[in-house]
Design a protein around this ligand. Structure first.
Ligand SMILES: [Zn+2]
Length: 281
């Protein structure tokens, strides 16, 4: 494990309030909830947070190879995006190894990848993606109203400022264009069961822990409408910061029921993964 770098204390990214209460400390990282808007975030956070994301960001790489089922899932996702295809331009923030944009490009989309992870960049270049930029999402400079779709999968929890990044994405989308994003759900059943040992709590990388209420507020304030949120999956795993060490699940009694719980959670907002869509006015 790398030595801790200097910390920086931040105000709430969603409402700018400096008031928050401590929820818990995990591996030295204070997880707080804003007293004004309810946003959960790590505070203070590592000063070199952004730099770490470009070197070691856990969210930015993705799989080495996709299974046929994973490829079909991407293809189904692209089919659902067809109604938004007017300018024929799609942008992915945190494109990882480019699996999604590679499929999009095969379907004739003009593709633009934003990726700060230097390892991922090498792989991206082989996927036929037209434009690859390496600036952080917060500094995205796409032409205004130029995109039909922006996709941001498992990225927002890593950003230095979700508000800045989503505002830049909003500018890049054409009116009626679609933002699709995923992130972990702090209000999920698995987080409630596992508490601070919830597998996704990793204070060096995951510095924003959204819930349906806080992601809705962010998107609404920036000017999105038709916000749709689904959640899925119940993950019983617990983990400390060291990625290789899993803790034994706390509620082992639930394990035999995991499939049933998974199926049931799809109809609630209690799944651990949030899938969010929003349309620019
Ligand atoms: Zn707040």
């Amino acid at each position: 494990m790398e030595p801790m770098s200097a910390n920086e204390t931040v105000a709430c990214d969603l409402c700018a309030s400096p008031d928050h209460k401590l929820l818990f400390v995990k591996e030295g990282f204070r997880h707080v909830r804003c007293n004004n808007c309810g946003l959960v975030f790590v505070n203070p956070r590592l000063h070199d947070h952004l730099d770490r994301q470009s070197r070691t960001g856990t969210g930015s790489m993705g799989e080495d190879l996709l299974t046929p089922a994973q490829v079909r899932r991407l293809q189904r996702e692209l089919t659902r995006l067809e109604p938004f295809r007017r300018l024929n331009r799609i942008l992915e923030v945190g494109a990882g190894r480019g699996w999604f944009l590679g499929e999009a490009s095969r379907l004739g989309w003009h593709t633009w990848a934003v990726e700060i992870n230097s390892d991922a960049l090498q792989r991206l270049r082989s996927k036929g993606i037209e434009k690859i930029t390496t600036q952080p999402a917060e500094d995205l400079q796409a032409p205004e109203d130029s995109m039909d779709v922006v996709r941001m999968w498992d990225v927002i929890e890593h950003l230095s400022s979700p508000r800045k990044a989503v505002t830049a994405i909003h500018n890049a989308l054409r009116p009626g264009g679609l933002l699709t994003l995923s992130t972990t759900n702090f209000a999920s059943l698995s987080r409630r069961v596992n508490g601070p040992e919830w597998v996704y709590l990793n204070g060096a990388d995951h510095i924003f822990l959204f819930e349906p209420a806080t992601i809705t507020r962010l998107l609404t304030e920036i000017g999105f409408r038709d916000i749709g949120i689904r959640t899925r999956s119940f993950n019983l795993r617990r983990k400390l910061y060291h990625p290789e060490e899993d803790l034994p699940p706390r509620w082992l009694i639930l394990r035999p029921f995991r499939k049933i719980i998974d199926e049931t959670l799809r109809f609630t907002l209690l799944g651990h993964q949030m899938l969010v869509t929003a349309v620019k006015r």
